[in-house]
Design a protein around this ligand. Structure first.
Ligand SMILES: Nc1ncnc2c1ncn2[C@@H]1O[C@H](COP(=O)(O)OP(=O)(O)OP(=O)(O)O)[C@@H](O)[C@H]1O
Ligand SMILES: [Mg+2]
Length: 233
């Protein structure tokens, strides 16, 4: 039996994924700042909206206006979808750690169920991680969040920043273990040092066949474009 796939809407990435994200899975989207994590995860939500699938975009970084404004630069007008409640944008205030964490635990599962969201984005889980007092609470907190989303049946992307000394691993060192899949975004200087090249790699994907090749991508005014046929040089 082939598992149902949830397309990201980024053609080259869906090809690398073997059709899309396996339905119900949680994907950790790792990358350093400016690699396009927020853009890629919003594109995933936008693709769902075009299909009439409800989405929740939870941000610890930007408020509703900033998220919408950002999306508009790619030609994605979120307004009508917010208006008819197909899309819910949630801004969590990281200044109040305790209430943020308890809100997530107490309200999110009911919220996903109540809205019937099929796609959920958490941007970023690195900021959430920093709210916990210690490693064991952090581990438990992330684990609980995953379990709640899994129970809801939604397919999710958690964005995460990478360590500055090692751009292959997340800053909290946890999210790649609790997630079902890991997509890694990187930028490298071209060999002559005159430009940078963005590249994407699927590090893991539970219960699914996928490409392990590293592929180049661009951030354009229509969002992310992955060049699955091209090679990174
Ligand atoms: N309309 C656009 N057209 C082309 N490129 C854009 C456009 N808007 C933003 N970008 C590029 O995308 C980058 C930001 O992407 P994005 O915010 O998704 O990255 P991020 O990984 O979420 O970053 P951060 O770690 O800061 O949250 C910008 O630095 C810019 O280079
Ligand atoms: Mg971002």
């Amino acid at each position: 039996m082939t598992e149902e796939r949830v397309v990201t809407g980024i053609a080259g990435l869906d090809e690398m994924l073997g059709g899309g994200i396996p339905s119900g899975q949680i994907i950790a989207l790792l990358g350093s700042c400016g690699t396009g994590k927020t853009t890629m995860s919003m594109q995933f939500i936008w693709t769902g909206l075009q299909k009439g699938e409800k989405g929740i975009f939870i941000s610890l970084e930007e408020d509703e206006a900033a998220i919408s404004g950002n999306a508009r630069t790619y030609g994605w007008d979120l307004g009508p979808f917010i208006g008819n409640k197909t899309l819910t944008l949630v801004k969590l205030e990281p200044s109040d750690a305790k209430s943020t964490i308890s809100r997530i635990h107490s309200e999110l599962p009911a919220y996903i169920k109540q809205t019937g969201a099929k796609r959920v984005v958490f941007d970023s889980v690195s900021l959430l991680s920093m709210l916990f007092d210690n490693d064991s609470e952090r581990r438990q907190g992330l684990f609980d969040l995953c379990k709640q989303i899994k129970n809801s049946g939604a397919t999710a992307i958690f964005t995460a920043e990478v360590k500055s000394e090692n751009p292959n691993v997340s800053r909290d060192g946890l999210v790649e273990y609790v997630a079902d899949g890991v997509i890694l975004l990187r930028y490298n200087e071209t060999s002559d040092g005159s430009d940078i090249q963005l590249s994407v790699r699927i590090v893991k994907m539970r219960r699914a066949n996928h490409s392990r090749r590293i592929k180049p991508y661009n951030i354009t005014n229509k969002g992310i474009e992955v060049h699955a046929k091209a090679e990174v040089f």
